[in-house]
Design a protein around this ligand. Sequence first.
Ligand code: FAD
Length: 506
Amino acid sequence: MPKNVLAPPRSPKSTNAPSLAEQTVVSEGPAPKPLREKSDPNQHDFDVCVIGGGPGGYVAAIRAAQYGLKTACVEKEFLGGTCLNWGCIPSKVMIAAIERLEHVRHADAMGVQLPGPPTFDFAKMMARKEKVVEAQRSGIGMLFKKNGIETIEGIASFLTPNTVEVVSGKERRKVSARNFIVATGSSVAKIPIPGLEGPNVWTSDDAVIATEAPKRMLILGGGAVGVEFAYVFSGAGTEVTVVEMMPNLVPTMDEDLGVELARLFKRRKIAVHLGSTLEKAHKGKNGWVCAIKTAEGRVEVEADVVLLGVGRKANTDKLNLERVGVKLHRRGIEVVNKKMQTHAPHIYAIGDVIGNIQLAHVASAEGLVVAANCAGQEMEMDYNAYPDVVYTIPELAATGLSEKGAREAGRDVVVGKFPYRPFGRSMAALEQEGFVKIVADREFGEVLGMHIIGAQASSLIHTGVAAIRLEATLDDMATIIFAHPSFGEVIGEAVHDALGHAIHKL
Ligand code: FAD
């Protein structure tokens, strides 16, 4: 079994909760000492000071407070960080609007009649996005209040190993703490393309505050960010071209997913150039003229907006990390162990700033681990199985090893694959695109990876996450009874396919 990493404490505020000293600790380290012995309020303002209020930092702060630690969170801009304000949530509001629009467009096939073709109000979608973001942001503020966390506004930088200075306008405040959690995230980094400068060169930060859909857009990068915006803007009426350097879209995922997505993009009339680079651009009479080097030669594509869907850098600049012995590697802060400690053992680092897996839920999971460690629980982060999702419609989701990754790791693998198409639920819901692919060890049947493109992939993938985490085999999975009719049945049939006896295979 994988090591337990995320056993949550029970809130000390709940009436039935045991005291911290009474809590059962599911970890392999020494039993925790009573917390109050460890903290010395005369010496430090806080037990824990979290720097950065994104999904890594805010979750770490709440969990630290749940352990009874006196906790502060310094945030220079908005609670929720990149994810809530410029990333996960704004993009998903936009995706949800386009998905709804397309459902309405195709409603006739289901017998739903409309008086005419639906119209789409881009500005209204963006106003709703703002409301959703604000509601979520104030939700975090309320959680902080409820848990007695002090929010300190401003930019933090280390003065001494146990003190940061927080600067907000003309105000300066010194904040001392026994432990620090650096969760300062990452920011867009514009990659230089000769000639491509000035207005109408967007990053994802600009795309989520767009006021209208441009007529033509070239998106550099066919990773998660690039393809999600390709889906959104093409749905809103923009003529989209995607340029991806690797031979596949979403190149970090199993290649079958990228191939299928490219096929579906073609049907949506999104032009995709794979194995291609944007060499240079210049301003022509009708917008940007982009010179693309493809595998076959060179092509020129005109666009009103170029969206740079690649390039982020860790936010380490203003922290004065060298002063306190925290070291960096090429992509961010170096953590020296699975407890997420940096070279300065009382300073932890989590999330995008460590330049590892740049996903909100991984940052939050790391936050839970470090909060536990600040409370003396000796927890370790386990990256064995986590979901990786791309929210195009249909969605893509993956966990564990890709088929190629498993083979490269020297595993003898067996693969099962099953399409959504024949299932009753898929037909009923007009959701017949896509498939589930399962990768397992041939000898022992251990599930190594699951890869899905299709309806509800972001939810279905958790079956795969659980399977890998619990070291399930194909035989174990073949005993799961999936509801009928449901998309889960596709997983069931992919498992049976790997075992050589799928029921619905012609
Ligand atoms: P961040 O969210 O970047 O938060 C860091 C915070 O620290 C910021 O609020 C910043 O203001 C603050 N800060 C920085 N320096 C200082 C300082 N010196 N003092 C005080 N405060 C400071 N991930 C997913 O899992 N799912 C998705 O669907 C998804 N979609 C995305 C879409 C887009 C367009 C983008 C750009 C990213 C997306 N991501 C997604 C990635 C996700 O946003 C990040 O992985 C996640 O936000 C990282 O969380 P974090 O807490 O490490 O950092």
